[in-house]
Design a protein around this ligand. Structure first.
Ligand SMILES: C[S@@+](CC[C@H](N)C(=O)[O-])C[C@H]1O[C@@H](n2cnc3c(N)ncnc32)[C@H](O)[C@@H]1O
Length: 261
C-alpha cells in the first residue's frame, strides 16, 4: 500500500510542474442580493494575488475583518503588513510539531503553497497536497511539494488508502461545512489511519459565515467558511465515523487526532 501511494506521489511530482486538473463543480450563492460565488473562484484571483505578496484581508458578513495570513502559508517569517498586525506570522514550531504527527502516506486537503507537504517530503514521508488554486499549486511545485490542482470533494487518488489526512490552517471550515470536509477525510483514510485536524480554541460550536477577500483595489465574491471550536471535534468526528483520540495544544493552536478505527 505504501508503495502504491509513493507511486501516486511520484506521479503527482512529475505532473505538478504541468498542473494536473480535476473537474470543478457547482456554484453557491452569497448573502442576499450579493454576487454569486462560483466554486472554482471560491477564493479566486485575490487569493492568488495575496500569494504573490499583495496585502489582502478577509471580511466576514458580520463586519469582522482580518488580514489574510498568506505570508504564513508561504512560510515567510514576517508579515508584509508589519509585526503585530495579524498575529499570524509563520510558525516554525507549529509546522514542525504538526508534521511530526503525520505518519505514513499523507494527503493535505487545501494545501495552499504546500509548505507542510514539502516539509514531509524532505523528511522522507510520502505526501501529496490538493488545492484548487493554480497559483498555489505552482508555488508548491517550486518548493518541492508534490501537489495536484483539484477540488477536494472530487475523486482523489488513493481514496481509502491514506495513513494521514492533514486539515490545518482553518481548513476544517472549508466550504462552510466541517462535517462534509471531515467526511471526505474519513473516506480518504485507510483503517487505522488518522486525520490530523486543527480546530479553534476560542470558538464555541460551529460558526458558519459568508466571507470574502478584499484588497485596497478589489473585492472578491462571497463564499461560505466555518470557524469550528474544538468543543465540537468529538461530535463531528463521530458523525463521520472517526474517533477523537488526542487533543494537543501547540503554541496556542489546537490540533486533534481523529482516528479511523
Ligand atoms: C486557509 S487556506 C490554507 C492554506 C494551506 N494550509 C497552506 O499551508 O498554505 C485554504 C486553502 O484551501 C484551498 N481550497 C479551498 N476550497 C478548496 C476545495 N474545495 N478544494 C481544494 N482546495 C480548496 C484554497 O485554495 C486555499 O489554498
Amino acid at each position: 500500500m505504501i508503495e502504491m501511494l509513493a507511486y501516486l506521489v511520484d506521479i503527482s511530482m512529475s505532473v505538478c510542474g504541468l498542473v494536473a486538473t480535476f473537474p470543478q463543480g457547482r456554484g453557491a450563492s452569497g448573502p442576499s442580493g450579493r454576487a454569486r460565488c462560483e466554486r472554482r473562484d471560491m477564493l479566486g484571483h485575490l487569493y492568488d494575488r495575496a500569494l504573490g505578496g499583495e496585502s489582502c484581508w478577509i471580511r466576514h458578513e458580520d463586519g469582522e475583518v482580518r488580514p489574510l495570513p498568506a505570508h504564513r502559508w508561504l512560510g515567510a517569517r514576517r508579515s508584509p503588513d508589519g509585526p503585530g498586525e495579524s498575529g499570524d506570522a509563520f510558525d516554525e514550531d507549529f509546522d514542525e510539531a504538526v508534521t511530526q504527527l503525520c505518519n505514513g502516506p499523507t494527503i493535505e486537503l487545501g494545501c495552499g503553497p504546500g509548505r507542510l507537504v514539502a516539509r514531509l517530503i524532505r523528511r522522507g514521508v510520502p505526501a501529496l497536497g490538493i488545492d484548487r488554486s493554480a497559483t498555489a499549486i505552482r508555488l508548491a511545485g517550486r518548493g518541492g511539494a508534490p501537489a495536484l490542482l483539484g477540488d477536494v470533494f472530487e475523486p482523489l487518488p488513493g481514496t481509502g488508502l491514506w495513513q494521514t489526512v492533514l486539515l490545518v490552517d482553518g481548513n476544517v471550515g472549508l466550504g462552510g461545512d466541517p462535517r462534509r470536509i471531515l467526511g471526505r477525510a474519513a473516506e480518504l483514510l485507510r483503517r487505522g489511519g488518522r486525520c490530523i485536524a486543527e480546530f479553534e480554541a476560542e470558538v464555541i460550536g460551529v460558526r458558519v459565515r459568508w466571507v470574502r477577500l478584499e484588497t485596497g483595489r478589489d473585492v472578491g465574491p462571497w463564499f461560505r467558511w466555518a470557524s469550528v471550536g474544538v468543543d465540537s471535534a468529538a461530535m463531528l468526528a463521530a458523525q463521520v465515523g472517526l474517533t477523537l483520540t488526542t487533543v494537543r495544544l501547540i503554541g496556542g493552536r489546537v490540533v486533534t487526532s481523529l482516528a479511523a478505527l
